[in-house]
Design a protein. Structure first.
Lengths: 388, 321
C-alpha cells in the first residue's frame, strides 16, 4: 500500500516536473534551429548504475556535436522513470506532448520499453534503447523502435555456449527475479543448456526481499557447477553473498543487468571474486577494439573522470545514430525514423546497422569476470576463458 | 516436492527460526502500540530502517572487518545498543510529532492511520534524499548503501550432521529470545509495565487511578522502537545491508506476524514471528521460493478463519499479572 502510494505520488511529481520544464523551450522541437532528443531510464532508482553510464555516453555524443556549431543544435533532455513502467508511460506522453521530442534514447529497461512502445508508435517518435534486451520487443512489429544491444536470445545462446563449452558445466541452476527481463533471460539459458544435456534447476526470488536462504538451501542441495542469475545487480549481489556464505563452491554468473560495480559492493569484494557476467555490451576502457572506441574511452574519461562503464558506449552509439540523422537534415520524427533504416557506421561499441525489426543486424556477446574491484573483459563468448 | 522438503528440513528450520526471530522483535512494536492506542503504527517499519543505518554507522565508526567469536558478540551488542537508542528515540519523537497532536484533538483513528502512512513515506524519503548522503557521504545508486567491508566472519558453531548453525544465526536467535524475555518481564513485573497494561485495559479508569497516559504512550513507543532497533542490528549482522526501503517488506511481514499471533498480545507476537518464518521456509522448500509469500499468507488466512483473534488470541489487556 505504502509503496503504491509513493510511486503514484512520485510519478505525479515527475510528470509535473516534465510539464514545468516543457514550458521553457516549448515549440523548440520539430524544425527550426534546434531539436530536442530525450533520454529515459532509471536515473535515481535502485538500478541506476546501469543507466547513468549510457546517459553520460549520450550526453557526450550530443555535446561533441553541439560544439561543432551545427546548423541545427540538439537539446538533450533526461527523464527519470526509475525503471518503472508505470512511471515511464506518463513521462513519455509528457515528453512528446510538452517537450516535443523528435526522438528518444531509451527507455533503458525492457519492462518500461514494453509499456512505452505503443505510445511512441502511435505518436510516430523513433526510439533507440541502449540496453533493453528482451526478445519479444523486436517481435511486436513496432516501426519506430530500435536498440543497439544484442537481445536476450543472443545473450542466452552466447552464455550457454560459454557455460557448456569453456566452463564444461554438467549441472546448472538458474535463478531469476520474476520480471520480464530476468525471467526471460534465465529461462532461455536453462533451455539452451538443457539442449546440450545439462541438468537444470530453477527458482524465482522476490527482488524486494533480502533473505534468500530458501533459494540458497535449494541450490546447495542441487549442487550445481554454475548458478546463473537473471536480473539486476542489487539482487545478484545479495544472492551471491548468501550463496558464498552458505559454503557454495561452484561458479556464479549473471547477465548484463549485473555488470556494475554495485554487484561487488552488494556481495562484498571477497564473495564477488570470480563472478562471471555475460553482456551484449562492449566495455572497452583501453580502446583495443578500434579507433572510435579508443577516442570515445579517452573523451569519456576526460569529461567524467571515470572509465567507460556498462552501456556507456551503447548510449553514445544510440545518440550518434540520431545525430547522423539530424546532420543529414532530418529534423522531424518521421524522416529521422526513415533515416535510421539506412544508417550504418562503426560505433564506439560495435557496428551499428539496424535490421528490419529495429534490432542490430549483427549481434555479439561478451563475457566479463570480477577481478579485484574491477569487471574485466574476458572476450567474446566463443573464445572467453574463466581465470580459475 | 516432498523429497525437497525432507532433505531441506533442517536448513529450512534454522533459517526459518533466524528470520522469525527478527519478525517477532519487529512485531512487538506493532502489537504494543496497538494494545495501548488501538493504532497500527505503519511508520514502525521505518523505525526499523533507521536502526539498520544506526548499525551500519556503528560498524563504520568501529572500522571492524572480518570479526568472529567473542569479538563479534561484543560488536553486535554495541550495534544493538546504539540501534535501540536511536530507534527508540526516533519512535518516541514520531509519536510526539505524528500522533500526539491528533490524539489531543480527539481525531478519528483513520486520521492517525493516514498520519502513520505519511510519516512512513516521509522517513523513507528523508533518508533516501538527505540523511544517507549527508551522514554516509557516498550514497550509492538508488540510496542503497552496501557495506564495502563486510564485517562478519561466519563459521558453523553447531555442526551435527544435517544440523548446521552458523554463528550469526545463533546470535540472532539467542539475542532475540533474551530481548523477548526481558520485555515480558518488564511488562509483567515493573511499575511502568503495569501502567502499560492498565492503559491497554481501560484508559479512562487508568487515568483516574493516577496513570500518566502520555508517559505510558511514550514509554510504549520507546520500548517498541528499541525492540525494532535490536531487530535491525541482528538483521544487519545477517545481511550486512542498509537501505531506505528495507523496512517496507519486513514491516508488512512483521505486522502479519503480529496479527497471526494475536495483535495486542506480546507473547502472540513471538509465536506469530517464529510461525511465519517457519511457514515461509517450509513453503519455499515444498513449492519453490516463488510461492513463499503465497504459502505464508494462505496460512494466515486459514488461521484467522478458525481463530479470528490469532493463534494466542488473548490481548495485552488480559495478560496475566
Amino acid at each position: 500500500m505504502m509503496r503504491v502510494t509513493g510511486a503514484v505520488a512520485m510519478s505525479a511529481v515527475l510528470a509535473l516536473g516534465a510539464v514545468a520544464c516543457g514550458g521553457d523551450d516549448g515549440g523548440s522541437g520539430g524544425g527550426g534551429d534546434s531539436v530536442t532528443i530525450g533520454f529515459m531510464g532509471d536515473l535515481t532508482g535502485e538500478n541506476s548504475g546501469l543507466v547513468i553510464p549510457p546517459k553520460q555516453g549520450a550526453q557526450l555524443a550530443i555535446d561533441q556535436y553541439n560544439a561543432k556549431n551545427p546548423k541545427v543544435k540538439i537539446n538533450f533532455k533526461t527523464y527519470d522513470s526509475q525503471g518503472k513502467p508505470e512511471q515511464a508511460s506518463p513521462l513519455v506522453q509528457g515528453a512528446i506532448k510538452n517537450d516535443k521530442i523528435v526522438a528518444l534514447i531509451g527507455p533503458a529497461f525492457s519492462g518500461e520499453s514494453q509499456a512505452t512502445g505503443p505510445i511512441l508508435e502511435e505518436a510516430g517518435v523513433p526510439s533507440v534503447s541502449p540496453s533493453a534486451t528482451d526478445i519479444t520487443l523486436a517481435q511486436k512489429g513496432w516501426k519506430y523502435w530500435h536498440r543497439v544491444v544484442a537481445d536476450d536470445s543472443v545473450q542466452s545462446a552466447g552464455a550457454a555456449e560459454f557455460i557448456t563449452g569453456s566452463l564444461k558445466a554438467k549441472k546448472v541452476f538458474t535463478v531469476h527475479d520474476k520480471q520480464v527481463y530476468g525471467k526471460g533471460l534465465a529461462d532461455a539459458i536453462a533451455k539452451a543448456v538443457q539442449a546440450k544435456g545439462v541438468q537444470t534447476g530453477t527458482e524465482g526470488v522476490d527482488d524486494k526481499a533480502t533473505d534468500y536462504s530458501s533459494t540458497v538451501n535449494k541450490i546447495k542441495q542441487f549442487n550445481p557447477d554454475v548458478v546463473y542469475y537473471g536480473g539486476y545487480y542489487s539482487v545478484a549481489g545479495r544472492l551471491f553473498k548468501q550463496l558464498r556464505e552458505a559454503g557454495y563452491q561452484g561458479k556464479v554468473m549473471s547477465g548484463d543487468g549485473s555488470v556494475a560495480t554495485g554487484l561487488i559492493d552488494g556481495a562484498g569484494e571477497k564473495n564477488a571474486q570470480g563472478a562471471l557476467l555475460s553482456c551484449g555490451c562492449n566495455i572497452d576502457a583501453s580502446g583495443k577494439s578500434g579507433k572510435t572506441a579508443a577516442d570515445f574511452a579517452a573523451a569519456y574519461k576526460q569529461k567524467y573522470g571515470t572509465d567507460v562503464a556498462i552501456y556507456s558506449a551503447e548510449g553514445y552509439d544510440a545518440a550518434t545514430a540520431l545525430i547522423k540523422a539530424v546532420e543529414a537534415g532530418k529534423t522531424d520524427s518521421k524522416s529521422i525514423n526513415e533515416y535510421l533504416k539506412t544508417v550504418s557506421f562503426e560505433g564506439a561499441g560495435k557496428q551499428i546497422k539496424f535490421a528490419e525489426n529495429g534490432a542490430l543486424a549483427t549481434q555479439d556477446i561478451f563475457i566479463y569476470e570480477v577481478q579485484g574491484r574491477a569487471i574485466t573483459l574476458l572476450g567474446n563468448s566463443k573464445e572467453a576463458k574463466a581465470s580459475s | 516436492m516432498f523429497e525437497d522438503f525432507i532433505s531441506q528440513f533442517w536448513p529450512s528450520t534454522i533459517d526459518g527460526l533466524a528470520l522469525g526471530a527478527i519478525y517477532a522483535l519487529v512485531a512487538l512494536g506493532y502489537t504494543m502500540v496497538y494494545g495501548v492506542l488501538r493504532l497500527i503504527n505503519f511508520a514502525h517499519a521505518d523505525i526499523f530502517m533507521v536502526g539498520t543505518f544506526a548499525a551500519l554507522g556503528t560498524v563504520q565508526v568501529l572500522g571492524v572487518s572480518d570479526v568472529g567469536g567473542a569479538a563479534l558478540i561484543g560488536v553486535v551488542a554495541l550495534m544493538a545498543v546504539v540501534a535501540a537508542v536511536i530507534s527508540g528515540g526516533g519512535a518516541m519523537l514520531l509519536e510526539l510529532v505524528a500522533y500526539r497532536p491528533l490524539r489531543k484533538k480527539g481525531a478519528s483513528r483513520l486520521a492517525a492511520l493516514i498520519s502513520a502512512i505519511g510519516a512512513s513515506i516521509f522517513l523513507q524519503q528523508l533518508f533516501a534524499t538527505l540523511l544517507v548522503p549527508a551522514l554516509f557521504g557516498t550514497s550509492k545508486e538508488g540510496g542503497r548503501l552496501p557495506v564495502d567491508e563486510h564485517f562478519v566472519s561466519r563459521s558453523n558453531v553447531i555442526d551435527a550432521g544435517p544440523i548446521e548453525v552458523s554463528n550469526d544465526k545463533l546470535i540472532i536467535f539467542v539475542g532475540a529470545i533474551v530481548m523477548m524475555v526481558a520485555l515480558d518481564q518488564f511488562v509483567n513485573r515493573t511499575r511502568l509495565g503495569r501502567g502499560i497494561r492498565s492503559t491497554a485495559q481501560d484508559p479512562e479508569t487508568a487515568v483516574l487511578m493516577g496513570v500518566n497516559i502520555d508517559r505510558v504512550v511514550s514509554v510504549t513507543f520507546l520500548v517498541g522502537g528499541a525492540m525494532a532497533g535490536v531487530a535491525a542490528a541482528l538483521y544487519f549482522l545477517r545481511f550486512e545491508q542498509a537501505w531506505y526501503f528495507t523496512g517496507f517488506l519486513l514491516g508488512i511481514k512483521a505486522f502479519t506476524a503480529a496479527v497471526l499471533g494475536g495483535i495486542g498480545n506480546i507473547r502472540g507476537a513471538l509465536v506469530g514471528g517464529f510461525a511465519l518464518g517457519l511457514f515461509e521456509m517450509y513453503g519455499s522448500s515444498l513449492f519453490g521460493s516463488e510461492w513463499r509469500d503465497v504459502v505464508a499468507f494462505s496460512v494466515l488466512i486459514l488461521v484467522l478463519m478458525f481463530r479470528p483473534t490469532g493463534i494466542l488470541g488473548e490481548s495485552l489487556q488480559q495478560a496475566r499479572a
